[in-house]
Write a protein that binds this ligand. Structure first.
Ligand SMILES: Nc1ncnc2c1ncn2[C@@H]1O[C@H](COP(=O)(O)OP(=O)(O)OP(=O)(O)O)[C@@H](O)[C@H]1O
Length: 405
């Protein structure tokens, strides 16, 4: 027997739990889908499509619902002889309207006519874009996923106004912008707001019931029959709902629990596997977060970790500063000024390693923040131990924690 053997006991089709799998049916989003369908209705009537702005936190089904509805729209359009073309563009690596326009042109061009990413005058790129879009004819829907990555938003009003400005004659173009950045909408120029946000749709976080339905649907395809009992689905959904209501997180948890069941040669997935999976995922999240920090970030985190172990959190930044300077002294590294140290605390809060609450001084006025550790300190200590260049400090901290503990 070789080292590798196909898994025949637990997973039937593990890939179904992966992020890139497109579910054939959407569950738990009935109301949102209904509103989305109304916003897309003009397309099937052959009218000018509305521009749609769709927002909501990570993993709430924005992309999955959009793909699903556009697929349905395409097949219904074919049935009613409506000429429809849809294009989906992820803007994660596209920072300018120029880059977006080049990508769009390339989507419509054959392999040997592709444009290079730079080197053409803006007016020329615009002309080419209108030529390509008008050459398609009928209705075109362009989806800009992660639209907030486009820093100059000119393309977001040029496309909706292209017909009014006589740049397009044959084609009617509608755009759908998707974002999980809640502040993005407010930052848009009023010109873009009025064109892009003609119809606004908000997707809320999933609750435990909705997550259960999503997980059940995937588990039926991903695992063999009777491998995933109801309580396992419920547990994964409950964790997801308590945290961020993010379907991706719950699906990752179920996949990790399945992997652990495979590793342990278990007959089925159990709640214990889910607990272990949660620890494993949490650990890799912490390791990723900690590994990405600078050396100063590590020192700030050490200081906060010590204060946490001594039960002195939540604590103000200026009180963390003293401990931080002590840690720097031990590591023989110059400490940062308080303002810079606070930036690092802010980064820890952003990564979800620390939490930050705003406090009011009461009548005297003024606000300040208090910080706490928001992660399991054992896991954190483990992750910090892996950062080789800080080993001396880790030992020092460990000793101190042992003493105080
Ligand atoms: N209602 C649903 N029914 C079935 N699967 C879903 C549903 N909602 C989300 N999913 C699945 O959860 C994962 C994350 O969803 P999706 O990518 O649509 O989130 P999103 O809101 O676009 O998040 P992000 O802003 O991070 O891109 C995908 O694997 C998707 O298939």
């Amino acid at each position: 027997m070789g080292i590798f053997q196909p898994d025949t006991e637990i997973f039937r089709q593990r890939d179904v739990l992966r992020e890139d799998y497109q579910p054939r049916e959407i569950v738990g989003r009935d109301e949102e889908l209904q509103r989305y369908i109304s916003a897309l209705q003009p397309v099937i009537n052959g009218d000018q499509p509305a521009n749609i702005f769709l927002y909501g936190k990570a993993g709430v089904g924005k992309t999955a619902c959009t793909r699903y509805l556009l697929g349905e729209l395409e097949s219904d359009a074919a049935e009613y002889d409506v000429e429809l073309t849809t294009v989906q563009l992820n803007c994660e690596d596209l920072n300018t309207s120029y880059q977006v326009a080049i990508q769009l042109i390339n989507k419509f061009r054959s392999q040997d006519e592709q444009l290079k990413p730079t080197g053409y005058p803006q007016w020329q790129v615009n002309e080419w874009l209108w030529d390509e879009l008008d050459g398609v004819g009928g209705t075109i829907i362009i989806v800009f996923d992660e639209v907030d990555h486009i820093e100059d938003d000119s393309i977001l009003y040029q496309i909706p106004r292209a017909r009014a400005n006589d740049n397009l004659e044959e084609s009617k173009v509608g755009i759908i912008g998707i974002s999980n950045d809640f502040k993005y909408r407010e930052g848009l120029s009023s010109k873009v707001q009025s064109s892009l946000c003609e119809k606004e749709l908000q997707f809320p976080a999933y609750n435990a019931n909705e997550l259960r339905a999503i997980l059940r649907q995937r588990a039926e395809i991903a695992f063999y029959d009777s491998i995933v009992p109801r309580e396992v689905i419920a547990k994964c959904a409950a964790f997801g709902a308590k945290d961020a209501g993010d379907a991706r997180q719950s699906l990752d948890l179920l996949m990790e629990a399945g992997d652990i069941a495979v590793q342990q040669d278990a007959e089925r997935v159990t709640e214990v596997h889910v607990d272990e999976a949660r620890k494993a995922l949490e650990r890799s999240r912490i390791v990723d977060g900690v590994t990405g920090l600078t050396q100063q970030g590590h020192l700030v985190l050490y200081a906060l970790l010590m204060l946490h172990e001594e039960r002195k959190t939540p604590i103000r930044a200026r009180d963390i500063q003293d401990r931080y300077e002590l840690v720097c002294d031990r590591a023989a590294i110059d400490p940062l000024v308080p303002r810079r140290m606070r930036d690092h605390l802010g980064e820890l809060a952003m990564l979800g390693i620390a939490s930050r609450i705003e406090r009011n001084k009461g009548e005297a006025g003024g606000r300040y923040y208090e910080y706490s550790l928001d992660t399991n300190s054992d896991l954190l200590l483990e992750a910090l131990e892996e950062t080789v260049d800080m080993v001396g400090v880790t030992e020092a901290i460990q000793k101190r924690i042992d003493q105080t503990g």
